[in-house]
Design a protein around this ligand. Sequence first.
Ligand SMILES: C[S@@+](CC[C@H](N)C(=O)[O-])C[C@H]1O[C@@H](n2cnc3c(N)ncnc32)[C@H](O)[C@@H]1O
Length: 401
Amino acid sequence: MAVRQKRSLSEWRSPNVVSRGDKQYSAILEKSIKAAAGDHLARRPAKEDLTHGFHPYAAKMPPALTRVLVRQIEGTILDPFCGSGTTLVEAKRAKREAVGFDINPLSVRLAKIKTTPHSKGFRKTLLDRANRIARAVTSQGREARGTGNRASKRNSDDPESPFSPHVYNELIALQAAINKEKPDIREALLMCLSAIVTKVSKKTSETDRRLVHKSIGRGLPSKLFMQRAIELRDGLHATETSPVVWALQADARKLPLLNNTIDGVITSPPYPGVYDYWRHHQERLALLGYSDRSMRKLEVGSRRDAKRKEDFAKVWKQELTEFVAEMARVTKPGGTIYMVIGDTVIDGAPWIASKESAELDDRLEWLAAAGQKRTLRGAREKQAFAGKPKREWVIALRKKG
Ligand SMILES: C[S@@+](CC[C@H](N)C(=O)[O-])C[C@H]1O[C@@H](n2cnc3c(N)ncnc32)[C@H](O)[C@@H]1O
């Protein structure tokens, strides 16, 4: 069965771009945005898209945009906010060494699976085991229904539970079967299970926790799990060769790297006050046996902080200064830092990402920015931006010296 990748729902669709700064760098940044726009409508087999689409993750960078930037850097690439690993996968495609960090343990495991060399034999076993597990769990469910012997009623009476009882039971049965597998297969299959969690839940979307009615029939979780295993198998083919890529859990403000060791950075930090990444992944983290508490404490720019902290503008400025300083510390003199970041609203006023990053660290010089207009959402944004464009940017900075 050939599974086709879903395209990202991001707004990087329009070829209209504004840019400012150094001409050569403006051209590179514009090209990266236009590449994302051109890629948006394409639907290709998973093999071509590598592992990008197999697991959802909010605010992924568009792979085509990332690909253009990766090609600008010779040597080791860093992504200190690696999320689902887009930079790392593209680094792998371009045969660059790369290292990524994130405070989310799920991100790190996901990015690792997507970039670790896996042989043809491994990929075949992955699919065989997924198939066996999916079939066994589906027929277990059928038998349980036939005998009236339903599995645990846990969750069933809780209207706030994100899962219908039969879905929850099927997820738990899949998890139990996966846990009996050998470690490397287990890890890959757990990521396939993690990939379907939102889809089979009652959550509106990855970023919207409101519960809605979804018709998730018995056996569908197993079927979707199997599809993800096919996507992973197909996407993994490019990881067999090429340089080492690392994904590790760390705070972007305290990277376990020596000074001046990185040739270039490609990253997309959280946009201030927009998302709570720890919250998006609560169900997944629970399924994998993590608490989201430590992640919650370390997350920069979170929506929760924006709502709760009166001095959020100051808090964010401090966080931004710290992680930009850390990128400046580890990047070699002459190395370029590419950052994807969007304008938002802080304290009722527009926060313009391209301006803010210009004067953050005197080891860095601002080279260029290219941006694309974004739809204003909600009264708060409409009021703050009134008549002015809100944009999402790709910014280039260079380490002096
Ligand atoms: C915009 S997302 C990155 C998405 C990624 N570029 C991709 O394509 O999947 C921002 C990421 O920053 C991570 N993050 C938030 N605070 C962090 C911190 N202090 N250190 C490292 N990562 C952090 C979040 O967990 C999230 O994965």
